[in-house]
Ligand binder design. Structure first.
Ligand SMILES: Nc1nc2c(ncn2[C@@H]2O[C@H](COP(=O)(O)OP(=O)(O)OP(=O)(O)O)[C@@H](O)[C@H]2O)c(=O)[nH]1
Ligand SMILES: [Zn+2]
Length: 217
């Protein structure tokens, strides 16, 4: 990429720079943005031609240091990150936005506090509320200027979260297709995933089958 691309392009964000990022699955280009209001560094991993007007295979991933980096099995984040990058590599093009909204927007220390409350019996939603937060504090406004940088207007979005799809639509980004991302259900995260499905609307089949009603078979 030429240096002339390294200029501020958006009100909310500065586009900073890029480099090649070899991964086990493909060589992506890593683009760095800085959010003006907070100084947070947000990332885009791009593979192939995503500016050709076709819907782009995409993942809008929220930071989860424990899951993405420290191999935590409490959640499905690390496996979703890997699964999304593999799928983009398999298809030969796509984009992964890595948004620094750790702990559904409450930050790492508060997420650890929330985990501690979950160890005492709260579920993931109750734990946030006990700490004085909404169940999900995330916003997605930065997705628009990040995608504008690559002239992307339509997504094949890898997610199970209907609120993420609504947020894209409200930003004027078309979600041409939802691509489910169901990975790494395990003994440690099944209650968390079932709570996401029951209370946060995530589109996931519960692990425990619903009771069969009389006469249903
Ligand atoms: N506050 C809080 N945040 C959590 C917890 N577990 C994971 N997270 C954070 O939740 C975010 C990921 O959200 P998820 O609900 O797993 O997934 P999603 O992004 O809404 O939906 P998908 O696109 O389907 O993955 C990351 O920022 C994690 O750090 C938890 O128990 N409490
Ligand atoms: Zn996680």
């Amino acid at each position: 990429m030429s240096l002339s691309a390294e200029i501020p392009v958006q009100d909310e964000l500065d586009y900073m720079t890029s480099c090649a990022l070899p991964t086990p699955w493909a060589q992506f280009t890593l683009h760095a943005f800085v959010e003006k209001a907070t100084g947070k560094e947000h990332l885009a991993m791009v593979l192939g031609d995503i500016s050709n007007g076709e819907p782009v295979l995409a993942r809008v991933h929220s930071e989860c240091l424990t899951g993405d980096v420290l191999f935590s099995q409490r959640c499905d984040c690390g496996a979703q990150l890997e699964g999304a990058l593999k799928r983009i590599a398999d298809e030969g093009s796509g984009v992964l936005l890595y948004l620094r909204q750790e702990g559904r927007g409450i930050g790492l220390v508060n997420k650890i506090r929330a985990y501690r409350l979950q160890e005492a019996g709260a579920d993931t939603v109750q734990a946030n509320e006990q700490l004085g937060f909404k169940p999900d504090q995330r916003t997605y406004g930065l997705v628009k200027p990040m995608l504008d940088q690559f002239d992307v207007k339509s997504l094949r979005l890898m997610t199970n979260n209907p609120r993420k799809i609504d947020a894209m639509t409200k930003l004027g980004i078309e979600v041409a297709e939802r691509v489910p991302l169901l990975v790494n259900r395990n003994a440690f995260n099944q209650h968390y995933l079932d709570t996401k499905a029951a209370k946060l609307g995530h589109m996931m089949k519960p692990l425990t089958p619903a009771p069969v009603e009389d006469g249903a078979l």
